[in-house]
Unconditional design. Sequence first.
Length: 327
Amino acid sequence: IIFMGDSLGHQFSQGFEAAVLGTGHENKRTVHQKYNIGRKQFDCLVISAPIRGGGVTAFWRYTKLLERRRWARIMPCYTQERKWGENFLHTLLDYKADQNAPSVSGFDAVVVRLPHGWMKAEELTKERINEVVIFCSEMLGARTVIFTTVGLDNNAITSEMWDGVTKINEIVHDVARNWELPSDDEDGVRWILVQEFSNLTSEMLYENGKHAGYDVSNNDFLFERLIGGTTSWAQSIPMVCSNKPKGNLDSECERNKISPDGIHWCVETIGPRYTASIACLLGCVYNERPPEASMEGADSVHKCEQECNHRFMSLARVDESWIGRGR
């Protein structure tokens, strides 16, 4: 499994890593590429192996949708890349957990976080998103692609910009629902699934806004912004505050456990649902006998997908018997 995306994709890939590696196995996580912002270093290319049950999980940072034609033989890791490096690809595919282990050679599934913010909504077209699917197939050998829908953040500060995000998510659903399945003897991506991350975060923000005393009958409350503070962007109050701060002042904001900065999400709060939903979606395809490449098979997978999203990408109560059972 490989996660691809920007810092939002990275933070949830780390949560997934923690779950599949388990406590005490952090040494199986190898960072191959990093980038700097000021004095801080951030991961760019990471591989963890072997994970529980065998296999590999990895993370590949990108801030532009990867196109097969835009590549270079060797590229360092930049904050914002212009091309993807063949060296990244070889590092992933040639990796061995130890001298006696086989090389990775390919990934079964790719989890894609679309880099909205680094790319404008109008740049995230159906053609570009289809190209990502083909990249995942031809370069990584993937048979399954999971797209994470885009949620609210500092890159959607008006209702018009939020409409642009909604349009991105509509395109993602369109790509997933109209993907033509290859036959059983053909290579290529067989299943495109959608993780309804935007639905979960929107439900959280609406409940938090209601609790804080905002009128949530429309979307206007989402664009209430803090004044002051230490970040270079104005943070969405429902994302970061548990109250309705006086004068919208940062100093009057009682911080919540949804978002630390109005961009990223609190993995400690949302991470378990995220990880469970990815595991559930992968189970729709890989548990028991693989689904058939037919309309009946596709219907079965999408019913399973809907059930996974209802269970984990909403505020529906999680069955208590599932909590704390992972080993």
